[in-house]
Design a protein around this ligand. Structure first.
Ligand code: ADP
Length: 310
């Protein structure tokens, strides 16, 4: 059985439904990707590597992972911290705003739990995914240790996948983010960047520039998400532009990139070609954006993906 780890943070999501009522669920980029991968590729062991608390919401978050058939063996429980939380509010014009309470989240402590035993267990896996957001939430004092642990996993044969998604507010400075991103890219076997994430940090504004930039780190498989029209890949010296079908009924683009990442990696682990994997990933992302919130309804999502040939 193939296996993949998604390392990072899952948060409690609150959504204002009307003046007096809120809906509550769970979301976070690595969690979203794990959900969509597992829904499509049931025979890939899919784990989240994170830290949560001992509180009731953490219990429910864990149940939510299990309910999506995600392996929780590497979900660690911090003694005193609790999960991060965010609120989505929508104004009268339909414009969404996000407020976060995550600066003291349990997930920031994940590296504390990655001891030698855990690393030995993780070393048996096929792939580890982390993102620019995962990196940003790891406490600054623990980052050196994170790189040591990642090196050990890579040496054990785990393929490293990085999505350099950039959230300015999570970093102290652009220079700090750049330094960490470049370290991550040097470790990466696969990268799944969007064009926009590298624009602020590097002034990069085209897919070709993203490819050139990632190539300079010697990454074997580069997959550039280039908005509604195309995905560009560069693998074994071959540059390919994959046409995708734009969706006109866009309801909410939250987690489009996450769904793309999860399904792309699941397809690749299942032995699909690059172009098949891109098409399946684009279909998943194109479906997710037609539903509100990060996680689309399971049955509907699976129906579309079955029709697409998962
Ligand atoms: P994110 O900012 O979440 O990374 P992107 O805008 O890069 O999201 O989109 C990720 C993927 O979602 C794209 O590569 C594409 O496959 C799909 N996607 C996004 N917008 C559209 C759209 N309007 N129509 C079809 N697919 C889309």
């Amino acid at each position: 059985m193939k296996s993949i780890y998604f390392l990072g943070e899952c948060m409690v999501e609150l959504r204002v439904l009307d003046g007096a009522t809120m809906g509550q669920s769970y979301a976070g980029d690595v969690y979203n990707s794990a959900v969509y991968l597992k829904r499509c590729f049931t025979d890939i062991a899919t784990s989240i590597v994170t830290a949560i608390g001992q509180d009731k919401l953490s219990d429910k978050m864990l149940s939510c992972f299990k309910n999506e058939n995600i392996n929780t063996q590497f979900v660690f429980r911090h003694n005193s911290k609790v999960p991060g939380l965010y609120l989505i509010d929508t104004d009268a014009q339909g414009e969404r705003s996000f407020t976060y309470w995550r600066s003291d989240a349990a997930a920031r402590k994940i590296v504390d739990f990655l001891d030698d035993d855990v690393i030995t267990q993780l070393g048996a896996g096929d792939m580890l995914f982390f993102s620019g957001i995962s990196l940003a939430v790891i406490e600054e004092s623990a980052r050196e240790q994170f790189w040591i642990r990642l090196e050990q996993l890579k040496a054990a044969g785990v393929k490293v996948v990085f999505d350099p998604n950039y959230r300015a507010r999570l970093w102290q400075s652009e220079d700090q983010a750049k330094q960490q991103f470049e370290r991550a890219l040097r470790f990466s076997d696969v990268t799944l960047p969007g064009v926009e994430d590298l624009t602020v940090l590097y002034g990069i504004d085209s897919a070709q520039q993203v490819i050139d930039f990632c190539q300079s780190f010697g990454i074997a498989e580069i997959v550039v998400k280039n908005g509604p029209e195309s995905v560009i890949t560069f693998v074994q010296g071959q540059l390919t532009a994959h046409h995708i079908t734009p969706v006109t009924n866009v309801v909410d683009t939250t987690s489009a990139g996450d769904a793309f990442n999860g399904v792309y990696l699941g397809a690749r682990l299942s032995g699909r070609s690059i172009s098949d994997a891109v098409q399946l990933a684009a279909t998943a992302a194109g479906t997710v954006i037609q539903h509100p919130g990060a996680i689309a309804p399971r049955d509907e999502f699976k129906k579309v993906m079955l029709a697409a040939g998962i």
